[in-house]
Design a protein around this ligand. Structure first.
Ligand code: PBG
Ligand code: ZN
Length: 303
């Protein structure tokens, strides 16, 4: 008889939502147990046992067409990195690199004169954001905008900056999904018009989605990612069998909130259901999971 060991803590990455100001810790209504944190409060109440974080920023200042504020060295992400590193030298700090929480329209890139998403202008801006996070000391940057060529553009910008240690983690196989709703609520990043089907993959076309992981590896990614995780276990397994890079799976907001809501309604037990879903993700072949369950590791894997 063979039984899997429980996955170790270092395979869990906690996504954290940052906000400006001080002393703030605000629960996200659609994500029980998850908060928007100001930098000081996050450092003061950082949950024990969390080994890796993925930081998401936003701004309450001016949002413009290109999302300029995302590259500001005074932004919440750029400030949080050194603050966390100072307080917890062993913590691994990854950052999400995108523009949607900083653009006035909520898309992951700016528009061209015809009103379409301007892929190349987006890549240029994403490279600036990634460099700002690397300068602030991030261990890894994770671009999630799904623009063509974003990995190559960021790799070139990091090289030019002389940055060699920062990992480049690609959200390589990312589907246009209904499972991002609570996240967009948390990040105030829902597109004001249109949707993201123009740049995110279609779940009816898994081969194209898979090819995007292959291309990102060729462009110089250090790790690949499948997102969402639970309805895409087949893709986790396929990506894993085609690469020697780490394969991260993003157990997204909707996947977390569905279990929370079902447990609240009495349809299942919270932690056992979370545990079962996490085992599924690792069984499929994920090397790491990005999950909102990370701070609840002790409750989930207690026996
Ligand atoms: C934005 C981004 C999204 C998520 C991570 N980065 C939302 C989206 O693509 O609309 C979703 C994460 C989650 O739902 O937990 N680029
Ligand atoms: Zn985005």
């Amino acid at each position: 008889m063979f039984a899997m060991d429980k996955p170790s803590r270092d395979r869990f990455i906690w996504p954290v939502f940052l906000v400006e100001g001080e002393g703030r810790k605000e629960e996200i209504p659609s994500m029980p147990g998850q908060f928007r944190w100001s930098v000081d409060r996050l450092v003061a109440e950082f949950p024990q046992g969390v080994k890796n974080v993925l930081l998401f920023g936003q701004t309450e200042g001016e949002k413009d067409e290109i999302g300029s504020a995302a590259a500001d060295m005074g932004g919440v992400v750029q400030r949080a990195i050194p603050a966390l590193k100072r307080a917890f030298p062993d913590l691994v700090v990854f950052t999400d690199v995108c523009l949607c929480a900083y653009t006035c329209h909520g898309h992951c890139g700016p528009h061209d004169p015809e009103g379409d998403i301007d892929n190349d202008a987006a890549c240029e801006m994403l490279a600036r954001v990634a460099v700002s996070h690397a300068r602030a000391g991030a261990d890894g940057v994770a671009p999630s905008a799904m623009m063509d060529g974003q990995i190559a553009a960021i790799r070139a910008a990091l090289d030019e900056e002389g940055v060699t240690k920062t990992l480049l983690i690609s959200y390589s196989t990312k589907f246009a999904s209904t499972m991002y709703g609570p996240f967009r609520d948390a990040e105030n990043s829902a597109p004001s018009k249109g949707d993201r089907q123009g740049y995110q993959a279609s779940y009816r076309d898994p081969d194209t989605a898979l090819r995007e992981s292959v291309v990102d590896e060729e462009e110089g990614a250090d790790a690949l990612m499948v997102k969402p995780a639970l309805w895409y276990l087949d893709l986790i397994s396929k990506v894993r069998s085609r690469t020697l890079l780490p394969v991260m799976a993003y157990n997204v907001s909707g996947e977390y909130s569905m279990i929370q809501a079902a447990a609240k309604a009495g349809y299942c037990d919270l932690y056992p259901a979370a545990r079962e879903s996490l085992y599924a993700i690792f069984r499929a072949g994920a090397t790491q999971v990005i999950s909102y369950w990370t701070p609840f590791y002790d409750e989930i894997f207690k026996d």
